[in-house]
Design a protein around this ligand. Structure first.
Ligand code: ZN
Length: 216
């Protein structure tokens, strides 16, 4: 009897946790919990991620590499505003729905599927390709390639991947948490859960989860 009660309680707790995680993974996290989240100016991140970034940027600065977060946590709502703006841009108006989705998703995630929803991922310094062609941009990127892993960060969207986003030299992910979130996302969220914005009816056809969220 005691075992049965324990199993029922455990099932209830697990269910509760899973439901919370699913929302959190899809851009509906409650960031007001200061034991888990930190806000500095416009940037919000998981506390542990901010601490790791602060260490990394302090060490980088000693070598003349100034790291600045330009994007941290993003809500579903924020992602949707930018998505809809891109959807309606005139240079995409001649494209079919599917072409439009694929074109936006060269560099920008569908609402619900962005790693920025997790509070574990950051865009650094500039999201312009030309920046990384300048001497200073090259210096920043080469410092990150050599050192970011020491602080837990890695570049998820590298060059030469056969699916998903194009290379993003600015996007860095905090592996200790993000790797778990990625696995949780893959097991909890389905393509049909991703909805509520222009073009969301394409999620199944392009298999957004396996081709964009799943890194390997
Ligand atoms: Zn990013």
């Amino acid at each position: 009897m005691r075992t049965l009660v324990f199993i029922i309680i455990l099932a209830f707790v697990c269910n509760f946790t899973i439901a919370q995680n699913k929302d959190e993974l899809m851009g509906f996290a409650d960031v007001s919990d200061s034991s888990e989240w930190v806000r500095k100016g416009e940037v919000i991140l998981k506390k542990e991620v901010f601490e790791a970034f602060d260490k990394m940027s302090a060490d980088a600065a000693k070598e003349g590499v100034m790291l600045r977060i330009i994007v941290g946590y993003r809500t579903f709502k924020t992602q949707k505003i930018t998505w809809d703006y891109k959807w309606n841009e005139s240079n995409r108006s001649h494209l079919s729905k599917k072409e439009r989705v694929l074109n936006i998703m060269n560099y920008f995630a569908m609402p619900s599927t962005s790693r920025h929803h997790w509070g574990t991922d950051i865009d650094l310094n500039s999201t312009k390709l030309a920046y990384y062609e300048t001497d200073y941009g090259k210096k920043i990127y080469s410092w990150l390639c050599k050192n970011a892993h020491k602080y837990g960060f890695y570049q998820p969207y590298t060059a030469g991947r056969s699916k998903g986003y194009k290379e993003e030299k600015w996007h860095w992910s905090y592996y200790p948490i993000a790797s778990t979130y990625e696995q949780q996302f893959l097991s909890l969220v389905t393509n049909s859960d991703i909805t509520g914005f222009s073009g969301s009816e394409m999620t199944e056809e392009i298999d957004v989860i396996n081709n964009w969220v799943r890194l390997k």
